[in-house]
Design a protein around this ligand. Sequence first.
Ligand code: CTP
Length: 424
Amino acid sequence: MELAGKRILLIVAGGIAAYKTLDLVRRLGEAGASVRAILTRGGAQFVTPLSLAALTGEKVYEDLFSLTDEAEMGHIRLSREADLLVVAPATADLLARMAAGLADDLATTTLLATDKPVLVAPAMNVRMWLHPATQDNMALLARRGVAVIGPDDGAMACNEYGPGRMAEPPAILARIAEMLAPGSAPGSAEARPLAGRRALVTSGPTHEPIDPVRYIANRSSGRQGHAIAAALAAAGADTVLVSGPVTLPAPTGVTLVPVETARDMLAACRAALPADIAVCAAAVADWRVADAAGQKLKKSGDGPPPLDLVENPDILADLAAAGPVRPRLVVGFAAETEQVVAHGEAKRRRKGCDWIVANDVSPATGTFGGTDNTVHLLRADGVESWPAMSKSEVGRRLAAAIAAALAADTPAADTPAAAAVRRA
Ligand code: CTP
């Protein structure tokens, strides 16, 4: 990772994850970056100014009203002399103050005064992260162009499990390098190549009722579909995520339409048209019970009730055949355990979509329920096989491939979907 000569202004807020930030500083130094740190009052409860100063080799800034700090380096200069501001850990409180535009300490004042790109690495209790207040704040910050990494799923210091852990230092470092790569300043055409485009993504399983309390479902977590929606939104697309029941939060900056059944999902997808891009990553139940019972089915003594199954509509095929409102690029998924490319290609032709992302879900890959994926991108002009990578990375690479394909086509401003974005 090459960050030689890059200047990072690191804001460390108060969270147990602050100990990981020290490792991030070390890695940034090894990659050639220089780091200046602002430590909030809360941050100083978790790491000392001395350890940050030792690792950065610089004075650590803490106080907005300190004559020495301001004389040595005013808060405007702190931001002016940086290429990127990184907030790690970003607490619920600091994110709320950023969203509200407060300037009540050195960290928030600097964040409000800066015109440099900002990356936040949230870290907090799972319920604080999932709270609508935090989610609304994140959506607002994303609309203003603040980049986000994490939080990750996992066991937390508070003995709970779920999203809330700060992203790991190597992942934060990789994102910093990406943001500082030539031509990728947030807001630039390179960083938001899908600005003005409209995207539709399906994700998660569907639940098909048997009676008011029972349903047919599958084990889809929604991780891959949600990661794709997040990546498309981060690339600037106005993104609608139609998702079956999952436990994941809606990704930042995405409009979530929650649904239960395949038929609901189809209706929500049709309502989201026109769109430039449709990515169908949902694991839609192939069948539903023909006549779901209105009341709970009771044991009658005559054995189990017969369940008459009928086929569900195929949403991917429906979108691919949507006539004048057909998205310019329709992408489907294929989960295969053998002959991954051949079966995926047959599916691409059968469903009439432009691309298929064929997942290798054989047990050795650990794809099902895991955080990584091994995929082949099948297009009319050939196959691209990607190495195993995280589902987030698959999302980002797919968004980049989609942006490249659309850029070679019509300019964003001329599409019917762009007109819909302008009307909204
Ligand atoms: N799909 C859909 N609506 C359905 C079924 C599938 O939109 N009713 C989409 C999925 O979102 C995915 C692709 O079609 O993009 C998967 O097709 P499917 O035929 O279900 O393939 P597999 O899940 O791979 O199953 P199989 O191999 O049994 O065909």
